[in-house]
Unconditional design. Structure first.
Ligand SMILES: Nc1ncnc2c1ncn2[C@@H]1O[C@H](COP(=O)(O)OP(=O)(O)O)[C@@H](O)[C@H]1O
Ligand SMILES: N[C@@H](CCOP(=O)(O)O)C(=O)O
Length: 336
């Protein structure tokens, strides 16, 4: 069940008319979502088929949405492959459909690559760096709402649900991250190497389509920007490494994939000395972020939440791995 709000063909057509996008030819609810209602919308205009995604926002409000939608628009207009929200004649990109805030964005081609190799990682790494650079002049600001301030607020609420060993790990990692955030090196990162980040660029938020030759799929875009915020670029990279470049069974880093990812990223935007030094610490921060949010969704679900909780144990394992075997991209991926 992922279509939380039904949209009729007439309601979809009314929005297409307003945006002058053409004649509806097909409207299909998308089963995969867990946060929003999504529909594939196909329509014809000038004798051509155009494919869009209509999203009805079930959780985010009309006040919160401009940051995400304007960021997607900004990036798309700078050539970063992300779905562009469609604007009406007055430039508005947020509408109301069936009583919910709604937007129509371009549909990306292809599907997810859930078993990536080094070649997929290179493409995501290079595109991530391009996205970071393209976001530098984005004028809107919203902090990463799942950052240190949020961990500080929710960790005490989570501790009673945990076994002693887990509670100790959560407490000590938060203390480690507090110390890191107060360090001069981190201040340098915030000053020189931060901007809008995706903050949730997992395997299921990137599309690939078949390309020339076997295994040569081509990245077609990043989507699902609804955890985006302003934070360090290195945190975004760390989130990716912890998903694209690990063995999902035990959280171990797969070093050839991680090295390929970082090398491709650095082919577009070389990491600074401070970033190289802080990468292991930020990989811990990125693991902590998703351990905390998964614990939160499991133990303290928001009222009327639509979220289906993911397994928190996975990111507990990832965090333990990152602590036990810090990874330094600088030294050819050698673990300490
Ligand atoms: N712009 C898009 N282009 C192509 N497919 C999309 C697009 N947006 C969403 N989808 C499809 O819809 C599914 C659910 O979208 P997602 O943003 O993950 O929803 P939710 O935020 O509810 O989890 C995705 O897995 C993908 O298959
Ligand atoms: N990637 C997060 C969950 C966010 O869900 P999404 O479907 O909106 O990307 C996790 O794995 O915990």
């Amino acid at each position: 069940m992922a279509v939380f709000t039904e949209v009729s063909p007439a309601q979809a057509q009314a929005l297409l008319d307003h945006l002058e996008l053409g004649q509806l030819s097909s409207l299909r609810g998308i089963g995969a979502g867990i946060e929003n209602t999504n529909y594939f919308v196909d329509c014809t205009r000038d004798d051509h088929l155009h494919r869009y995604v209509l999203t009805l926002f079930e959780r985010l409000t009309a006040e919160q949405l401009p940051f995400y939608l304007r960021l997607m628009q900004h990036l798309a207009r700078r050539g970063v492959p992300v779905p562009e929200p469609h604007a009406d004649r007055s430039g508005e990109i947020l509408f109301e459909v069936a009583g919910k805030p709604a937007a129509i964005v371009d549909r990306l081609h292809g599907g997810h690559q859930l078993a990536p190799d080094a070649f997929h990682c290179q493409q995501v790494g290079a595109t991530l760096a391009r996205m970071h650079l393209a976001g530098r002049d984005f004028p809107l600001h919203q902090p990463n709402l799942r950052g240190l301030a949020w961990w500080r607020e929710v960790v005490p609420q989570l501790l009673p649900f945990l076994e002693p060993g887990q509670a100790e790990l959560l407490r000590s990692e938060l203390a480690y991250q507090e110390q890191l955030a107060a360090s001069p090196l981190y201040a340098e990162l915030l000053r020189d190497c931060s901007g809008p980040i995706h903050a949730d660029l997992f395997r299921d938020n990137v599309m690939f389509e078949p390309g020339e030759g076997p295994g040569r799929e081509r990245l077609t875009g990043f989507f699902d920007f609804y955890f985006a915020g302003v934070d360090t670029w290195l945190f975004d990279l760390a989130v990716c490494l912890n998903d694209w470049c690990i063995d999902l069974a035990d959280g171990r880093l797969v070093e050839d994939r991680a090295a390929a990812f970082v090398a491709a990223y650095e082919g577009v935007r070389p990491l600074t000395g401070a970033e190289h030094r802080l990468l292991p610490a930020l990989m811990r921060a990125a693991a902590l972020r998703f351990w905390v949010s998964r614990l939160f969704d499991l133990h303290l679900p928001r009222e009327a939440s639509l979220l289906k909780a993911h397994d928190p144990r996975h990111f507990e394992r990832v965090l333990r791995q990152r602590i036990a075997r810090p990874w330094h991209a600088l030294h050819g991926g050698a673990a300490e």
